[in-house]
Design a protein around this ligand. Structure first.
Ligand SMILES: [Zn+2]
Length: 451
């Protein structure tokens, strides 16, 4: 089985790709201008920050970045496209021939290119009297498309891969949107020889479902000696099935031509001038190596926030790893939503001071937690976290749940969701004495440690 993905992510710029219209227009057709509608005399110019984000991603995937790049018109007729062509990149995209290290398995990246989004069609009205309305606010919104080679070998792997990739992408281009619905994927999947494309799937969960459905459908057809035809399908989110879409259009049908209104851009030099930050997954790996933490914990930390990782490393430098890791995965993680809004240099030093005192034994764990909670809350005790319990009790509850669930370590190794069984047991047996975040962390840590 072979799976390849085409991933579309919206770039978080303030203005559109080729004009000054804002990207956050709400009222339909309120954020539009002659340029993004392609009216006569339109004078597009490339958004520098969108170009830089594209280049940062090309660098992230170790792509070959050409000396120069340009844009092309992809011509087709559809009412969501006022100018009858979409500006995209055809030859010489911002990056080609890259690779993404997916947990030790290299997944090749065929290309990274920039393009604009068309408008949105909305269907309204009762059955038999439907009308289509079009909103051009999205017309010209900058997107990046990342195309992988068919190196993924099953739907679950594809989902994990995309999760990892999005972790890196979000950090690289400063995407704050945690909403997985903002990602659209075209999935190519072949169980036998012929390849089927499922277009425009929204979100990670739907992508995995669409792929699983195709595996079953294609396998059944092959078993009964039927031919799987090469076609484009779409995913019906309600019924959770894929259905045939329009006949496959081949790339040549679009009649790409160079976009004459935009220039040629010398991108190699720009790419070289962009600084590279440590990515979340690189950091997770380093945290494991440097501080001896488990993979589960390091992922939990980077997924919560890179600022939390910074805080942990500052604490560890002053108070040692053990005390810092205990406090970070415990009371600090469970109060993070509050801390992140108020964390300044003063609070940072106060937290570090508590960690230091806990580390040298001047306060015990209960006192350290109480001192920290007092730092985070303005008035009363934090209500978001009910972390008032004794950590020894939590540990005992986890151990009890472990012995009540024989085979849990094997199950967890096969599928991390098995952790939910223990989490549920511990939540029930501790009756609200610990926040669910504390419980999740503790259970994961226990499972990572092994039997
Ligand atoms: Zn515009």
């Amino acid at each position: 089985m072979k799976i390849g993905l085409e991933i579309h992510v919206q770039l978080p710029t303030r203005s559109k790709m080729f004009c000054a219209c804002p990207t956050d227009g709400v009222a339909p057709n309120s954020a539009i201008c002659p340029t993004c509608l392609g009216m006569p005399g339109a004078r597009p110019s490339l958004n520098r920050s969108a170009l830089e984000m594209g280049l940062r991603l090309a660098k992230l995937f170790d792509c070959r970045i050409p000396e120069r790049t340009w844009f092309s018109r992809k011509t087709y007729f559809y009412p969501d496209l006022a100018k009858h062509f979409q500006v995209t990149q055809y030859d010489n995209p911002v990056g080609e021939h890259g690779v993404f290290d997916f947990r030790g398995k290299p997944i090749r990246i065929r290309r990274v290119h920039l393009e604009e989004d068309p408008g949105r069609i909305k269907r309204v009205g009762r059955q038999g009297e439907e009308m289509s309305l079009v909103d051009y606010n999205r017309s010209g919104i900058p997107l990046v498309e990342i195309v992988t080679e068919p190196d993924l070998s099953n739907p679950a792997e594809a989902r994990q891969f995309l999760t990892d990739m999005l972790t890196e992408i979000r950090h690289t281009i400063g995407l704050s949107d945690e909403n997985e619905q903002s990602v659209r994927v075209d999935c190519n999947i072949s169980v036998g020889v012929e390849r089927v494309e499922v277009k425009n799937v929204t979100g990670l969960r739907n992508m995995e479902r669409a792929l699983k459905y195709e595996v079953v459908r294609q396998t059944k057809m092959l078993r009964s000696k039927k031919t799987v035809v090469r076609e484009t399908r779409r995913f019906d989110e309600e019924r959770k099935v894929t259905l045939p879409a329009r006949k496959k259009e081949f790339e040549e049908d679009y009649g790409y031509i160079g976009e004459p209104d935009l220039g040629v851009y010398n991108i190699r030099a720009i790419a070289e001038s962009l600084d590279e930050k440590e990515t979340p997954l690189t950091r997770a790996k380093r945290l494991c190596e440097e501080y001896g933490m488990t993979e589960g914990i390091s992922r939990q930390l980077i997924n919560t926030s890179m600022d939390l990782c910074d805080l942990f490393e500052d604490m560890a430098a002053a108070a040692g790893t053990k005390a810092s890791l205990y406090l970070v995965t415990d009371v600090i993680s469970s109060n993070w939503s509050r801390i992140k809004g108020i964390l300044d240099e003063d609070l940072r030093s106060e937290i570090i001071e508590v960690a230091r005192r806990y580390s040298d034994g001047s306060v015990n764990d209960l006192e350290a937690r109480r001192l920290l909670r007092a730092l985070f809350s303005d008035e009363e005790e934090d209500t978001g976290s009910t972390a008032k319990g004794d950590p020894a009790l939590l540990e005992a509850a986890v151990e009890k749940a472990v012995s009540a669930n024989p085979g849990i370590f094997d199950d967890y190794a096969k599928n991390e969701k098995a952790a939910n069984r223990l989490i549920g047991d511990v939540i029930n047996s501790t009756k609200g004495a610990f926040s669910s975040q504390e419980i999740v962390l503790k259970v994961k840590e226990r499972l990572e440690r092994g039997p």
